[in-house]
Design a protein around this ligand. Structure first.
Ligand code: G6Q
Length: 543
């Protein structure tokens, strides 16, 4: 562990932000805009096809400047370079953190343990491209000689959410003759429902697991193999219908998958940061290698921007610091991501893992309990559906929930006036959240006095708006890298390790012990607490 640094909350720069935030808490966005009417044009940043308007936040130039001072005091600049250059910043697992190398389109050498990782990355990308082309053009045949029509990815967490999100996001670019599905839950319902209408002779399973030991994934993979063998009756069929994405060759071979059909990656790719590795194989098959590379280009452009842009023009740093502002100095407990694009329906779920698994930590990098808030609860759903569900609380509830609105100028499905209607809602919501509706405005409409308090909208609800021209592979890549680096920025400010996940490991261990008790032939002596003992006994008696 590194030498303990001064706790973040004792830094002069932290206290300066804190003191300033105390003043800003009483300032309404209406007043901020009144005294600074040009902020809507000025408080914007544009890069990699993304336009960010952060003017509807309770911040002034001074707030941002103090937040940037905090970033400097936390050594964010050096930390970014450390990550990009392959230093082992994931200290508790003794690993480098190099998802940025996976999309390093400049191909500059990146050295880990004395070796340049780029040749291996390029080789796997080539292997993926060649395989994807064969599946897409039908030269990869199933065991009975028929081409593959269905791809089923079996993986969970980081080996599921990224490709699932991106396959949905880039559906407009996908080959519609192929069906791509995802099985993650160990609940057999998902496997059964996702495969019930598929023909095994035309189905390819991608077993995606970094460790190839994850209970859920291996259980689903074994059921998939049984499903295939039940139909095709020959163990030799496995080689034509199963490929693996993993770092664990021994386990892949043990499962019966030909190592020639294994796509490798490396321990310096974290699960939730692995979409640009071979974990992206289902996406590459769906959209083709060229579009996949476009996505990598978008990520790389944002990586470059993060590495080189001064903090005042740096999108991930700006989003990260604004998030810190509300999380640590305005007591906000959560953060919503609200994409106004149906293709991004899984985007918030993807970054729910990205953010909460990375920054849901409570000791600092020296192992001391933190005395400040770390990662927020991250959540969200696409608009406009959310407006008819939870926006009530955003507008009139007692909680402060900063929101990111993401929208596009052009739709892939320009049907009648749908897109204008969608975007009218998009713009109207951030306006209403910021400025609300005063009692005078309500009264001016001749409203019954008794109803007046219920119809007032206090406003002063902060939002960021991200507006891009169109949801392309490149734009998606830029968006992904933007949020990844926002998480990184915040992890550094909070002085936590963002790239381990010991909380996930705990669940993996505990379930193993209970499973033995559930499967014991006669009632085992249960040694849990009285609640857990009684629940297990009831389940055993009634299943
Ligand atoms: C991600 C986490 C976790 C992981 C899954 C699947 O960062 O570590 O979500 O991706 O537990 O692990 P495997 O890929 O090893 O099956």
């Amino acid at each position: 562990m590194p030498t303990p640094s001064i706790p973040r909350c004792e830094l002069h720069a932290w206290r300066a932000v804190e003191a300033h935030a105390r003043e800003m808490r009483h300032v309404h966005l209406r007043d901020i805009f009144r005294s600074d009417p040009a902020r809507g044009q000025r408080m914007t940043q544009e890069t990699c096809g993304l336009y960010l308007d952060y003017s509807k936040n309770n911040v002034t130039g001074e707030s941002l400047s103090r937040l940037r001072d905090l970033a400097e005091a936390c050594d964010l600049r050096t930390s970014i370079q450390d990550m990009l250059n392959g230093r082992k910043i994931n200290v508790t697992e003794n690993r480098a953190v190099l998802h940025t190398a996976l999309r390093n389109r400049s191909n500059r050498p990146i050295i880990v343990d004395g070796r340049d990782v780029m040749p291996e990355i390029n080789a796997v990308l080539e292997q993926m491209a060649s395989f994807s082309r064969q599946v897409r053009d039908g030269t990869w045949k199933g065991f009975t000689g028929r081409p593959i029509r269905n791809i089923v990815n079996i993986g969970i967490g980081g080996s599921d959410l990224g490709p699932m999100m991106a396959c949905e996001a880039l559906k407009a670019y996908s080959d519609r003759r192929l069906t791509v599905r995802f099985v993650s839950n160990v609940d057999a319902t998902q496997f059964v429902e996702q495969t019930r209408d598929l023909d095994p002779a035309e189905t390819l399973f991608i077993v995606a697991s970094k460790t190839f030991t994850t209970q859920e994934t291996m259980t689903n993979a074994r059921s998939a193999r049984a499903w295939m063998l039940d139909a095709l009756k020959d163990p030799a069929s496995v080689a034509r219908h199963f490929v693996a994405v993993s770092t664990n060759t021994a386990e892949v071979v043990g499962f019966g998958i030909d190592p020639a059909n294994m796509f490798g990656f490396w321990d310096w790719v974290g699960g939730r940061y692995s979409l640009c590795s071979a974990i992206g194989l289902p996406l590459m098959i769906a959209i083709g290698p060229e579009s996949f590379v476009q996505m990598l280009e978008g990520c790389h452009a944002m990586d470059q921007h993060f590495a080189t842009a001064p903090f005042e023009l740096n999108l991930p740093v700006t989003l990260g610091l604004i998030g810190v502002w509300y999380n640590n100095f305005f007591d906000a407990q959560s953060q919503a991501i609200l994409p106004y694009d149906q293709y991004l329906s899984r985007f918030a779920a993807y970054f729910q893992q990205g953010d909460m698994e990375s920054n849901g930590k409570s000791v600092d990098r020296a192992g001391r309990p933190v005395r400040w808030q770390t990662g927020p609860v991250l959540w969200g759903e696409p608009g406009t559906n959310g407006q008819h569900a939870f926006y009530q609380l955003l507008h009139q509830g007692t909680k402060l929930i900063p929101c990111d609105f993401i929208g596009f100028c052009r739709s892939h499905n320009p049907l009648d006036s749908h897109h204008d209607i969608l975007m009218a809602n998009f713009f109207a919501q951030t306006e209403a959240l910021a400025f609300g509706k005063t009692a005078q405005a309500v009264a001016a409409e001749g409203t019954d006095q008794a109803l007046l308090p219920f119809l007032v909208f206090e406003g002063n609800r902060p939002t960021n708006t991200l507006l891009a021209d169109e949801l392309t592979p490149y734009t998606l890549g830029a968006l992904i890298a933007l949020y990844e680096h926002k998480i990184f920025t915040q992890g550094i400010i909070w002085d936590i390790y963002s790239f381990d996940q010991w909380g996930v490991q705990l669940g993996k261990v505990l379930a193993g012990r209970v499973l033995q008790e559930l499967q014991a032939p006669s009632s085992p002596a249960l040694q849990h607490d009285s609640s857990t003992n009684a629940l297990i006994a009831r389940y055993r008696a009634r299943r």
